[in-house]
Design a protein around this ligand. Structure first.
Ligand SMILES: [Zn+2]
Length: 377
């Protein structure tokens, strides 16, 4: 990664760049900061800057063979230790080296903005907790004692160092105390309390703050193509956590999808457009079970909200403005004669979907019943 690919954090970037320029690269550094602040991207950009033979005043060149290898995370002088757990593929004694292919793919895919929960789900470790075993420390020791391949420096990135077991940390500690020549350890952690005090005392602290909210906003516009308003809302809610910002954008995209889909569906029901409803149901079939269920949950919520609108309680309905307008227009069609039956129709459809029912049949059947129910007054 290059520094220019890291969102915000200009003060930290300047400090890291200066350390290389002044020949003051500390051999063991602890990048400590909250989730989504870009600790790993910063460490990767820093490592690339240290190794790039053509670095400029403010970034690595990005095009030399070293940079190209660094960008793919395959540079032979770049080593990783990351938390792992047993998976379907590696049934016992997990360690970082066994998962490097997955790790590279995962980090590159997410441009370095990663966290343990998405890493564990990428590995499909189910509910197990990841950790760094003593095997990880032993393997790192072996690799660092070999001569560097290309660059002058060997760089070890220890991601989520708080996941080291005590024996792992103790072994690493020896390595930090008597480091092989020209080795830079970049430890990354979110929870300083969980780290052994001895590890902390052997590393130079680089405190990484949350990303400036304005920087998050700009990045949402540039990278995710958000419109200005969406970017602003997501940035404020993110509290400077890029992962949260992306999550929020994804959620609001999903909600927008459920809103427009449900709206389209009900309009077809009002028009009693039978053949179009059959096509609609065929489309829904392609969504996948989770999305089908979420759409039904969304619909059920709109139906229940109708009760609130009909009882002059519109102010307690928490929905974005456009959805609220739709909900208020939909509300008059829900009344004591059809409410229970409609709600039951949704509940029943959710149960059928959960039991692997045929979504096309379920939605078609439901649509035809809705046509009649919405007419009940
Ligand atoms: Zn380069």
């Amino acid at each position: 990664m290059q520094f220019k690919q890291v969102i915000g954090q200009s003060a930290i970037k300047q400090r890291l760049i200066a350390s290389v320029r002044d020949n003051h690269v500390s051999h063991a550094q602890l990048f400590l900061g909250p989730a989504g602040s870009g600790k790993l991207p910063l460490a990767l950009a820093y490592a690339q800057y240290i190794l790039c033979p053509n670095r400029t005043e403010n970034d690595s060149c990005g095009v030399c063979p070293t940079c190209q290898k660094m960008q793919k995370l395959v540079h032979p002088d770049l080593h990783f230790v990351v938390p792992t757990a047993a998976t379907k593929k590696i049934k016992s004694n997990p360690e970082s080296d066994l998962f490097m292919e997955e790790w590279r793919e995962y980090v590159v895919q997410n441009q370095g903005y990663v966290d343990t929960s998405s890493w564990y789900s990428f590995l499909d470790v189910e509910n197990k907790q990841g950790y760094m075993s003593v095997r990880d420390a032993a393997s790192l020791l072996r690799k660092l004692n070999m001569k560097s391949y290309e660059g002058e420096y060997k760089i070890a990135i220890i991601w989520m160092a708080e996941k080291m077991r005590v024996d792992t940390a103790n072994k690493l500690l020896k390595l930090l105390e008597e480091p092989p020549e020209k080795t830079v350890f970049l430890l990354i952690a979110e929870d300083g309390e969980e780290l052994l005090a001895t590890i902390k005392s052997r590393t130079a602290l680089v405190k990484i703050p949350a990303i400036d909210v304005n920087e998050v906003e700009n990045a949402l516009v540039e990278r995710l193509d958000c419109d200005a308003r969406q970017a602003h809302d997501a940035a404020v809610i993110s509290e400077g956590n890029w992962l949260n910002a992306c999550h929020f954008v994804q959620e609001s995209e999903d909600r927008k999808f459920f809103f427009t889909t449900f709206q389209q569906w009900m309009r077809l029901c009002f028009r009693a457009a039978y053949s179009e409803l059959i096509d609609f149901s065929a489309n829904i079939k392609t969504l996948g079970r989770e999305k089908q269920k979420e759409l039904l949950d969304y619909g059920l919520r709109i139906v229940r909200n109708a009760l609130l609108f009909n009882n002059n309680l519109a102010e307690i309905v928490m929905l974005p403005e456009d959805e609220k307008v739709f909900n208020s227009k939909f509300a008059p069609f829900i009344n004591p004669l059809n409410l229970a039956e409609i709600a039951e129709l949704f509940d029943e459809a959710i149960r059928h979907i959960e039991r692997n029912g045929n979504a096309q049949l379920i939605f078609t059947d439901m649509s035809f019943k809705m046509i009649g129910l919405l007419k009940k007054k």
